[in-house]
Structures are given as structure tokens and as C-alpha cells.
Design a protein around this ligand. Structure first.
Ligand code: ADP
Ligand code: MG
Ligand code: ZN
Length: 489
């Protein structure tokens, strides 16, 4: 009887490359079209049709490899993976086997216990299969929709370096982030453009050799991956503790029963009879092209957050929220850089934090996300114009919110709205003093309270003055003057 077990997990992620057309033909990859709207002889697998690789797909796969620290091969090979299934009309899938495009990468994952490096064995290019639609048409028919057939994918295979469901989830989230920020993948789990197979085994704690693994297929949410792995670890442990042996097999996660169940015994690589695809020459990518793709890699989310914290004084939390989606991050960067162009040092921290707060509180709620793109209620430049008015004390933060809703409604610029509606702050000392004196004269009881030490009453007076000036008085001036005229409490 073994006292404790250690779980070992390796993940295979299939990520759709964000291209307009398929991997080996010109058909569109658009999601949600009527069945079999985007098909041709190549992706239907008709005899004699020849594949031609999509240069954009290859460029995105190289970008993924570089972002994940892989060695990118200047020469790799497409191979046929042979199996029979109705969604695979050719009888084989074009994939890569012995010579993948990318190999030997890694991903650093932040865990409660610190940063952990998870090895990436390989990232190869392959085509997706079609989709079987069960129970459609007349009762129990299964029909095949070939729109997805031939869609470009990369498969990212990790080393068996993960030790728990939490680690697996953290790895997947980080991987998805990087692929989205590099524009390689749209990160859409519901539409299946990012899906994961989890390989799970257990072994006595401290053992070096790997135990027999099971593979859980196609789990399509982070939560389900975590639950499926946790369940599978517990199931294997129960099998072993009851004196049994784990069988190498493919299992599926049942969303309705919240457990994994056996699908089939697992194939080994030799069952697929892999061989180089004679229709496709070696995939050659010049080193100069690889270098150019590397030089054009966009800033990755980790680097972005570090920069925001250092240059704009953002908290880790704010940086996380604003970098959750690449379009939001780009928007915030545009607003912040427009505002901070002239500011330096501490002033820049203040401007950065205010922009971060404003974007989170007033903008994120209106953002409509669609894949990698997002629609914002006002352009970044327009928001920067509004926030610059706050920086210059022309309007205060409260008025800024009101101006923003008018900007959203009318599409007008901030300055035009402030001018037309006379919303500029009253900074004229005389006008503010008159309003402050009027508030003090009208409320002798509160004045007495304040002077007796109830300083919270100050807020009441500020409110009175703001009301009298329709919110347009400069709050800093109001506060200072109130304190002066009310005297020491
Ligand atoms: P395939 O599943 O296509 O046969 P591999 O045998 O290369 O491919 O393994 C795929 C994944 O399984 C990799 O992510 C690898 O880290 C993981 N893996 C391999 N052996 C084990 C094991 N004993 N326990 C857990 N994961 C494993
Ligand atoms: Mg596998
Ligand atoms: Zn086609």
C-alpha cells in the first residue's frame, strides 16, 4: 500500500490559427455558416485534388513557436495520419509527425508557490476534421458538415510537467493569453477554436517513472478541464488502491454527470501508419523570414503588465484586468500614451492610475467583444481628450462621467460638449467664495456641529456648494475655502 500518490499531467492543445482561409485550399474559415457552405474538392477530400499550404497559417504557427520559446525548423514535413471516420473523407489527416515546425519551447506559469517552467515538446501544424452532427435530419441520422474540414490548427504538446488540476488550468489560461495577444488564435473556447486533451497518470510520490496514462478528450472550458482532471486523478487512485491497474485508454468528460467515462482503448502512434505526405514537399521557411516574424512579435501580456506597473504606477490587479483581452489592452495603451506623452515621473503615475480607473469603471461595461476584436463606446483618442480636460482641471471627474455619456450618445467630442453645455469648472475664486459663503450662511446648525468637532459635516457643505454650482465648482478649491471659512473645528 502506497501512502501517497503524485499526479502527472501533460496537455495537448488544439488552437485554430486565425486565418481567413483554410490550410490547404482557399475556402473560408468563417464560423457559423450554413452546413457545407465553405467546401471545395480539396477539403472534401475528392480524389486527385492537391493541397497548397496557406502562407499566412504558416506565419502564424511560426509566431506561436517564437512566442513560446521554440526552435523553429527551417525545414519540416507534413505527414499523413491515417484513420477512418466519417468526418475525415480522405481517410487521413494532414499533420506533422517526425519533423514538426516548432520544438523545445517552454511556458512560465505563475502559481501560488512561485513561477514554474512547463516544457513544450512541440508545436506542429495540422488540418482540422469535419464535424459529425448527430441526431439531425430524420430522427437518428448523423450528417457531416465539412465547413470545419481543413481549418488550420496548431497542436501544442506539453511535457508531462504539470502536477495538479490547478497547474493545468493556470498553464491553459496563460497559453490562451499568449496566443490571443499574438493574434494567432481568437481564444474562443465555446466555438472550439481552443480545445484541450488532458493526459493524466498517477505514481507513488517520489517515483521517477511515469504511470500508465489516460487521455481525456476535448474538454471545452477551463472549469471543466479542472474538474475532469481532478475526477480522473481520484478515479485512478481508487482503481490502484482497490488493487487494480489503470488501463491506457481515451476517456470523455461528461458535462451532465460530471465524471469521465471510457471511450475506447488508446491508439499508439504506430496504429496511425504515419508517413510523409507525397503531395506536399518539405515545408521550407527561410531563417530570414523566421527572424522577421520574431522581430515583429507584439508585446506579450507579461511584459505589458510589467511595463504598466513600472511606467504608469498601475497595481497588479489593475494591470490584470486591463490585460485580460488584447483589444482592451491596446485601447488602454492608446489612451495612456496619449495622456502621458507630456507627463513625467510622479505625474505620469497619477495620470496612468486615473486612466486605468476610468477605463475600468466607465468603459469596460460597454465593450462588446467578438473574437479578437472589440467594439468600444468611444475611440481611445476621444477618451484621451476627455481625460485631458480632467487633468487640466477644466472639468472634474463627476462631470467627466456625464460628458462621456453624451459622447456615447451623440458621438461628439468632449471639448465641444463641455463648451456647448457650459460645464467647465468654476475656478473663478470670487464665484466659488460666493457659493461657499451662501452655503455657510444658510446652515448655521451644521456650522455649529462642525465647529463642535463633527468634521464629517464638511462633506455636507461640499455637497451644497456643488449643488449650487451644478457640479461645476472645482472641488479642491471648494474644500480649501470651506476649511478656511469654517475655521478650526
Ligand atoms: P499522443 O497522445 O498523440 O499519443 P504523446 O504520446 O506524445 O502523444 O503524448 C501526448 C501528451 O501526453 C504529452 O502532453 C505528454 O506530456 C503526455 N504524457 C505522456 N505520457 C504521460 C504520462 N505517463 N502521464 C501523463 N501525461 C503523459
Ligand atoms: Mg494525444
Ligand atoms: Zn476547400
Amino acid at each position: 500500500m502506497v501512502s501517497s500518490y503524485e499526479a502527472v499531467i501533460g496537455l495537448e492543445v488544439h488552437a485554430q490559427l486565425h486565418t481567413k482561409s483554410k490550410l490547404f485550399c482557399g475556402c473560408a474559415t468563417a464560423y457559423g455558416a450554413p452546413p457545407n457552405a465553405h467546401v471545395c474538392p480539396v477539403c472534401l477530400g475528392l480524389p486527385g485534388a492537391l493541397p497548397v499550404p496557406n502562407a499566412e497559417a504558416i506565419a502564424l504557427a511560426v509566431r506561436a513557436g517564437l512566442a513560446l520559446g521554440c526552435d523553429v525548423a527551417t525545414s519540416s514535413r507534413f505527414a499523413r495520419k491515417n484513420y477512418f471516420y466519417p468526418d475525415l473523407a480522405k481517410g487521413y489527416q494532414i499533420s506533422q509527425f517526425e519533423l514538426p515546425l516548432n520544438a523545445r519551447g517552454a511556458l512560465e506559469v505563475e502559481l501560488p508557490s512561485g513561477t514554474k517552467r512547463i516544457g513544450i515538446t512541440r508545436i506542429h501544424v495540422e488540418e482540422d476534421a469535419a464535424k459529425n452532427l448527430h441526431g439531425v435530419g430524420a430522427g437518428t441520422d448523423t450528417l457531416v458538415d465539412f465547413n470545419r474540414a481543413g481549418t488550420p490548427l496548431i497542436e501544442i504538446v506539453s511535457e508531462p510537467d504539470l502536477r495538479s488540476a490547478e497547474e493545468a488550468e493556470a498553464y491553459l489560461r496563460k497559453l490562451r493569453d499568449i496566443l490571443m495577444f499574438t493574434g494567432v488564435n481568437d481564444g474562443n473556447l465555446e466555438e472550439g477554436s481552443f480545445r484541450c486533451d488532458a493526459n493524466v497518470s498517477i505514481r507513488p510520490a517520489g517515483d521517477e517513472t511515469l504511470g500508465t496514462r489516460t487521455e481525456i478528450k476535448n474538454v471545452n472550458s477551463f472549469r471543466f478541464v479542472r474538474m475532469a482532471i481532478e475526477h480522473e486523478i481520484a478515479r485512478q487512485q481508487a482503481v490502484v488502491e482497490a488493487g487494480g491497474e489503470v488501463v491506457q485508454e481515451t476517456r470523455t468528460w461528461s458535462e451532465s454527470h460530471h465524471k469521465t467515462r471510457s471511450m475506447r482503448t488508446k491508439e499508439d502512434a504506430h496504429d496511425y501508419r504515419y508517413f510523409p505526405d507525397p503531395d506536399l514537399p518539405p515545408l521550407v521557411v527561410a531563417q530570414a523570414r523566421i527572424d522577421a516574424i520574431g522581430a515583429a512579435l507584439p508585446e506579450l501580456p507579461d511584459a505589458k503588465r510589467t511595463r504598466w506597473r513600472a511606467e504608469l504606477g498601475l497595481t497588479e490587479y489593475d494591470a490584470q484586468v486591463l490585460s485580460a483581452h488584447p483589444a482592451v489592452a491596446r485601447y488602454f495603451d492608446e489612451v495612456a500614451s496619449a495622456l502621458c506623452a507630456q507627463a513625467g515621473g510622479a505625474a505620469r503615475d497619477e495620470v496612468g492610475k486615473r486612466a486605468a480607473n476610468f477605463v475600468q469603471a466607465e468603459i469596460l461595461g460597454h465593450v462588446e467583444q467578438a473574437g479578437l476584436d472589440a467594439r468600444f463606446p468611444v475611440p481611445a483618442a476621444a477618451l484621451a481628450e476627455l481625460l485631458r480636460l480632467v487633468e487640466r482641471d477644466v472639468i472634474n471627474g463627476k462631470i467627466a462621467k456625464r460628458v462621456l455619456s453624451e459622447m456615447i450618445e451623440s458621438g461628439e467630442g468632449a471639448e465641444a460638449i463641455v463648451e456647448r453645455e457650459g460645464l467647465a469648472q468654476v475656478t473663478d475664486a470670487g464665484a466659488i467664495e460666493a457659493a461657499v459663503r451662501a452655503a455657510i450662511d444658510a446652515h448655521p446648525a451644521q456650522v455649529a456641529q462642525y465647529r463642535a468637532g463633527k468634521t464629517a459635516v464638511l462633506g455636507f457643505f461640499v455637497g451644497q456648494v456643488m449643488k449650487a454650482t451644478r457640479g461645476a465648482a472645482n472641488p479642491k478649491q471648494v474644500n480649501a475655502l470651506l476649511r478656511e471659512l469654517l475655521g478650526e473645528p
